[in-house]
Design a protein around this ligand. Structure first.
Ligand SMILES: [Zn+2]
Length: 425
């Protein structure tokens, strides 16, 4: 996959000797001949001249074209119609940068002596969100938010900026430490697709927002993948959690919330405070202290309707009522497959208050749904407990079909992608 910015470069020059292979979108990928490589780059619309096909493209940092170019590529381009060229360029993902692009046309051999080599230079500055937002707003420098070209998140401001782009695709390129951020306002978002690529958000503090506190607030119709919140304090709201305050029609895949504290009034859990219509695969929450004052504290969620497959919770839960190893409150419209929770941490069952139908009179207390398994600490620290979990070798390549690893120095399953995060170079 290539990531790119669009560069508005209007060129009406030359011709082509070498037609480079184009990708499915009709883009011509230029390969630098000066050894330069990058996992992303820029696009240049370019119209070859009818008089020649041979071009050299050079990219210089700043305005000084007397220095050696950062990138140099040659191309043979014919057709006389505007084409989109792709040049690898590892520009800064946090701050806009200025470049100069120089295009040199070499004369066609048949016109030697008639035409001479000619160059044109163009200033080029990378832009936040295609010019729509600023650095101060947390704008993105790479990507357009589409599935094939997601916005790339490189820092805390850009993480917070997710809320400005509903319906977009994102990938997180590095771990993000929020320890100097202050009080985090949960991200409300609809229709997003977020791939953490095996990166964490560290040291989240979200406190005192009355509706609730978490990394995400109201998250609807969205997917989170390969994403973890590690070390968090989310307290002082009606609904507090590590990852999502209120999830509706959300899919989690290979996500975690670990080493945290919640302290809510009504609903609290490691992954969710409340979750409706969610699908969760290969995810966990561990080493958290989950508290909901009046009701609904659970290892994974305070309130839960949805499906869980290959998940576990090793969390302490507390509060006046409805404490669950998995969820404090849950409903019949749920399905569980190989879901484990550790006993002896405040809960007496997977779900304390279970509605077996929509009627409040259908409550089953202290319920253990099929597919859930209560295990003491002595068993939660043994790999063979986790039936159905697909384990890979931690030193091997990441394979999404085997998302788990078992490290001898750890005492519960971990997610392989966090040992093999995917970063743009
Ligand atoms: Zn933006």
């Amino acid at each position: 996959m290539k990531y790119h910015l669009r560069c508005a470069l209007a060129l009406g020059v030359l011709l082509a000797a070498l037609i480079l292979p184009a990708d499915a979108a009709g883009r011509v990928n230029l390969t630098p001949d000066n050894g330069y490589t990058a996992d992303y780059g820029i696009e240049l619309p370019f119209t070859p001249s009818p008089r020649t096909a041979d071009y050299t493209f050079e990219v210089f940092r700043g305005e000084n074209t007397s220095q050696p170019p950062l990138v140099r590529a040659q191309a043979s381009l014919s057709g006389g119609v505007t084409q989109t060229l792709y040049l690898p360029l590892a520009f800064d993902l946090e701050h806009a940068e200025r470049y100069t692009i120089r295009v040199t046309a070499q004369p066609d051999a048949r016109r030697a002596g008639l035409d001479t080599e000619d160059s044109r230079t163009f200033p080029y500055t990378t832009q936040y969100c295609g010019g729509r937002h600023t650095e101060a707003q947390g704008g993105y420098l790479l990507g357009d938010g589409s599935a094939g070209n997601p916005y790339v998140i490189q820092n805390a401001k850009q993480l917070s900026h997710v809320r400005e782009h509903p319906g977009s695709y994102f990938r997180q390129n590095v771990d993000i430490d929020l320890s100097s951020w202050g009080n985090w306002t949960p991200i409300d978002a609809d229709g997003i697709n977020y791939d953490g690529c095996g990166h964490y958000v560290w040291n989240l503090t979200s406190t005192g927002h009355s509706s609730g506190n978490a990394l995400f607030g109201n998250l609807t119709n969205s997917t989170l993948r390969r994403f973890g919140v590690n070390t968090f304090t989310c307290t002082g709201g009606e609904y507090d959690a590590g990852l999502i305050r209120a999830a509706s029609n959300v899919t989690l895949d290979q996500c975690l919330a670990a080493n945290g504290t919640t302290r809510a009034n009504v609903c609290s859990g490691g992954l969710f405070a409340t979750a409706v219509g969610v699908t969760v695969r290969d995810s966990f929450s561990s080493s958290c202290s989950i508290y909901a004052k009046t009701a609904n504290a659970g290892g994974l969620s305070g309130n839960f309707t949805g499906s869980l497959a290959r998940c576990y919770a090793i969390n302490t839960v507390a509060g006046e009522d409805s404490l669950g190893g998995i969820s404090g409150h849950g409903t019949y419209a749920s399905a569980f497959q190989n879901v484990y929770w550790e006993t002896g941490r405040g809960a007496g069952s997977a779900v304390q208050e279970w509605w077996s139908s929509d009627s409040p009179s259908s409550v089953i207390w202290n319920y253990n749904p099929p597919g859930t398994f209560a295990k003491p600490a002595a068993e939660m620290t043994v790999q063979s407990t986790y039936q159905g979990f697909a384990f890979a070798n931690v030193t091997g390549p990441y394979n999404p079909a085997k998302p788990w690893v078992w490290e001898p120095n750890q005492n519960h399953p971990l997610l392989h992608i966090f040992y093999r995060p995917e970063e743009l170079g």
